[in-house]
Design a protein around this ligand. Structure first.
Ligand code: F6R
Length: 364
């Protein structure tokens, strides 16, 4: 049932404030302002490294979480594509853990990666949406994301609920390792509790995005840029646009622009810049100046401070409320998803069932 929406994807985008509040409700003690996880089969305090592996959108959720585990837990993380991880024979030792992330819980390469990590003697945490799935059954501990059934082939609410779950796990690591103090935990939990409201605000950008999408729909290629934990969101934005609008898109870390992709910039290639006003914002401003100097059109997804600080060439701004940087990848997902959605609707593609794609990839 699509409710009042034209597509399941739209329904699932709009559901996010509600479903993510369930996810947080499950992993947070709202009164105590603490994270509450199920019992873990390892002591986070003694974990020396984390491998994260998954495919597609779930991989990008893992890539965002890498920043959180390293910042909150000071624990080294390596994030890798499951189809590479499973065959790379990377040496895994039992003092490390592996986290696999999968909406369906049936993705062949992710399952094989889980089995490889277990063979190496590691405990495996599965972050899944389908609790009865093979990956959930075989993992040492399951953290359900509680997004509810996701029908649209392009993943939306599963992505943000994966982020919410991983953020809670990262805070738990930070506390166990003594990197985060009790007061830091309270502050982060309060920030998480604001996410549903911030997402509701972000959804109000939809009409503006619909207008922008008319120009995007004419593009042959689109570049997405982000830095820090918003870099994986640039990858996710590009993936989403490719999947449902069939427009070629690429995501890059802002700092990589001058190492190659800048050669592509001209007035025909829109650049979507995902940049809240954070400690690396100034670096992103230089990227935008480089793009503007070559006639590139910019769509800047930012906050009021970021919008006020940018005064270059042709920039269209999508302005979100101010928020703590940890929650940015969750909230900024909304405009990123809406950009892909509205562009695809204008192109007239089959948004919920894009060509050549399957919801669950159970073969290699
Ligand atoms: C993107 C998308 C795919 C999946 C990938 C992993 O919108 O849907 O990239 O994210 O196939 O699937 P799961 O999460 O089921 O393992």
């Amino acid at each position: 049932d699509k409710g009042n929406h034209r597509h399941f994807m739209a329904k699932e985008i709009y559901e996010q404030p509600e479903v993510i509040s369930h996810t947080f409700g499950h992993y947070l003690d709202l009164a105590a302002e603490t994270v509450t996880l199920p019992e873990l089969p390892f002591d986070p305090k003694t974990v020396t490294n984390i491998s994260i592996t998954a495919c597609g959108t779930a991989l990008y959720a893992g890539a965002v979480a890498e920043y959180w585990f390293e910042r909150f837990g000071r624990v080294p993380v390596s994030t890798d594509i499951a189809s590479e991880f499973r065959y790379r024979e990377t040496p895994l030792t039992p003092d490390g853990i592996t986290i696999v992330i999968s909406q369906s819980g049936e993705t062949a390469d992710t399952l094989a990666s889980l089995r490889y990590a277990k063979e190496c003697g590691q405990k495996v945490v599965a972050v899944v949406n389908v609790p009865t799935s093979t990956i959930a059954r075989e993992a040492d501990v399951v953290l359900p994301i509680l997004a509810g059934p996701e029908i649209g082939v392009a993943s939306t609410k599963a992505f943000t609920c994966q982020l919410a779950t991983l953020a809670c796990l990262a805070v738990a690591f930070g506390r166990a390792k003594g990197v985060l103090e009790e007061a830091d935990e309270h502050k982060l939990v309060r920030a998480f509790m604001e996410v549903p409201r911030l997402m509701t605000e972000a959804l109000k950008l939809s009409p503006e995005i619909e207008v922008l999408a008319r120009t995007l729909a004419k593009a042959r290629d689109v570049l997405y840029l982000g830095r820090g934990s918003n870099y994986p969101l640039a990858l996710e934005g590009a993936l989403k646009l490719k999947e449902i609008s069939y427009i070629h898109a690429e995501g890059y870390a802002g700092g990589e622009l001058k190492h190659g992709p800048i050669a592509l910039i001209d007035e025909k290639m829109p650049v979507v810049v995902i940049a809240p006003h954070d400690r690396i914002f100034d670096k992103t401003v230089s990227n935008m100046e480089e793009v503007a100097a070559r006639g590139g059109r910019i769509i800047l997804v930012t906050d009021p401070l970021g919008a006020a600080a940018v005064d270059v060439g042709a920039v269209q701004k999508l302005i979100l409320p101010e928020m703590p940087s940890t929650v940015c990848p969750m909230v900024y997902s909304i405009p990123v998803q809406l950009i892909a959605y509205h562009t695809a609707v204008i192109m007239g593609t089959d948004v919920d069932q894009p060509r050549n794609l399957a919801k669950s990839v159970t073969v290699e």
